[in-house]
Design a binder for this molecule. Structure first.
Ligand code: ADP
Length: 475
């Protein structure tokens, strides 16, 4: 490039083309803060052709739409650690390909980002500008606009044959469970291709170039857009390992493996919550039985609650009415090497607690649960009943702060009402849908699917009939 070449001005967004990849038009964000240009790609698979390394990948050329897919192939120029705008670094394939902008075509380096967090399908970095242009970031489409009709002409044929539905996997253990059935149903109703995967039947390939998740029936699950992990407590370790592997493929997960792992450890999550200043019942934890007496005093004496760290659905939660009973239960559990918490008993709650179903940091639905007669545990699995309730502003704030602290997109937050205000009992990363949908009449399953759509940039009105319906109609 000679210095005499006149530079042209580009705005913060421009339409460009990638002729060697058969991409006739693509909206790019011009970002001189980034060094290397990037394109959002998925199904990224390296392969060897004539002894050189190539990569095959798919792109969605249309912003906020997954209907058109262009399959691309290019020789690999490099594999490089690239730092994205949110500060995270990842190793990406880099290809060299022609870029057309303002009627000029030249080669640029393009990294393949497999995360759908760029906002734009393509970022044009400063290296690609190579002294040819100046950026006026206050302006957009300085080089001209492309109408919807023109885009329709260019991509219409590819897009018309596809629905904009997502491929969503439910990662769980029992397809017959109410919550799993409802999620399958809600996703299909909204036009998505829903598939159930038994966690036990998934396995993974760790490979820096091409990590994979396999299923027992021979399928490779790398082309899923999103997964909904519904991991039962006994499968936490393996379920989180599989979820983490999906994350490394760039698959969107409703809750991250790290957040699920954090929330599954009752002691650790209570430590995180109290560190954030959230009110919880006074809780004690000790390793040695010689500290039992002090532990009991610490939480205000009997009656008190003893909780197994690994317990769920109320199993492993015991009310010890007297100091003697408390000592016996704690020491008996300790002799079995069980990890347990000792907690002040919130008597005034009278066997009631609140369950807030949280989606994307907001209360999607809330119920009050009442324990059955003669029972202090309000869990529905312990015979409790649920009813619609209005929660206070303070309770709402507590629930919101709890999910923020544990970084969960979908969660059930349990709160108990005490004399000194609402106290946080625990946060569940796979909250059940049955009780909350029945008591509130809300379609919580669809709200969960909608949340995935928002995160994946799928507009609701773009979703066609479910793939099954579409096939039936075509047939
Ligand atoms: P799990 O994870 O097994 O559901 P929780 O800690 O949520 O365990 O306890 C189960 C139920 O026991 C709660 O829903 C609540 O009704 C009751 N409960 C738990 N902790 C206390 C407490 N400190 N005081 C009074 N009731 C409690």
């Amino acid at each position: 490039m000679s210095d005499q070449t006149e530079k042209f001005i580009v705005g913060a967004q421009e339409w460009c083309a990638l002729p060697q990849l058969d991409v006739p038009v693509l909206k790019a964000r011009v970002d001189s803060g980034a060094r290397t240009s990037a394109i959002h790609a998925f199904n990224i698979h390296p392969f060897t052709r004539n002894s050189t390394l190539w990569v095959r990948f798919d792109i969605h050329p249309l912003q906020k739409s997954r209907r058109a897919i262009v399959r691309c192939e290019a020789p690999v120029t490099d594999r490089r650690i690239i730092k994205s705008s949110n500060g995270s670094s990842e190793k990406r394939f880099v290809i060299t390909t022609a870029l057309t902008l303002n009627g000029q075509t030249w080669d640029i380096e393009l990294s393949l980002a497999n995360r759908d967090t760029m906002g734009f399908r393509m970022l044009l970095g400063r290296e690609a500008m190579s002294g040819r242009m100046l950026v006026d970031s206050a302006d957009n489409f300085t080089l001209g606009c492309i109408t919807d009709e023109e885009i329709e002409l260019l991509y219409g044929n590819i897009a018309n044959n596809r629905s904009d539905g997502l491929k969503i996997g439910i990662l769980a253990s029992d397809p017959k469970l109410y919550s799993n059935r409802r999620l399958m149903e809600a996703g299909e109703k909204r036009g998505h291709d829903m598939q159930f995967f038994n966690i036990r039947h998934c396995y993974m390939k760790l490979d820096a170039d091409c990590p994979e998740v396999h299923y027992r029936d021979g399928r490779i699950l790398n082309d899923l857009d999103a997964i909904i992990p519904r991991i039962r407590p006994s499968m936490t370790f393996y379920g989180c390992a599989i979820t983490r592997h999906f994350e490394s493929l760039g698959t969107f997960t409703c809750n991250s493996a790290d957040a699920i792992t954090r929330s599954r450890d009752k002691l650790y999550s209570l430590q995180l919550l109290q560190k954030r200043g959230l009110d919880i019942p006074i809780t004690g934890y000790a390793n040695s039985p010689s500290d039992t007496e002090n532990l009991i005093d610490m939480v205000g004496g009997a009656p008190l609650i003893v909780k197994l760290l690994e317990g769920t659905q109320g199993r492993g939660v015991v009310l010890a009415e007297t100091t003697k009973a408390a000592e016996s239960v704690i020491n008996a559990m300790k002799s079995l090497h069980a990890n347990l918490l000792v907690q002040e008993y919130i008597k005034e709650a009278e066997g009631k607690d609140l369950r807030c179903f949280m989606i994307d940091g907001k209360v999607a639905a809330a119920i009050q649960r009442h324990a059955a007669d003669g029972e202090f545990r309000a869990n529905l699995h312990q015979g409790g009943r649920a009813e619609l309730t209005k929660i206070t502003q303070e309770e709402k704030q507590l629930a919101i702060k709890a999910v923020r602290t544990l970084d969960l997109n979908v969660a059930g937050v349990d709160i108990i009402r005490s004399e000194r205000g609402p106290l946080l009992l625990e946060v569940n990363s796979s909250p059940g849908l049955e009780g909350i949908e029945a008591a509130t009449g809300k379609d919580v399953a669809s709200l969960m699917i909608e949340s995935i759509e928002r995160k994946m940039g799928v507009c609701r009105n773009q979703i066609a009939a479910s793939p099954r319906q579409a096939t039936a109609a075509a047939g």
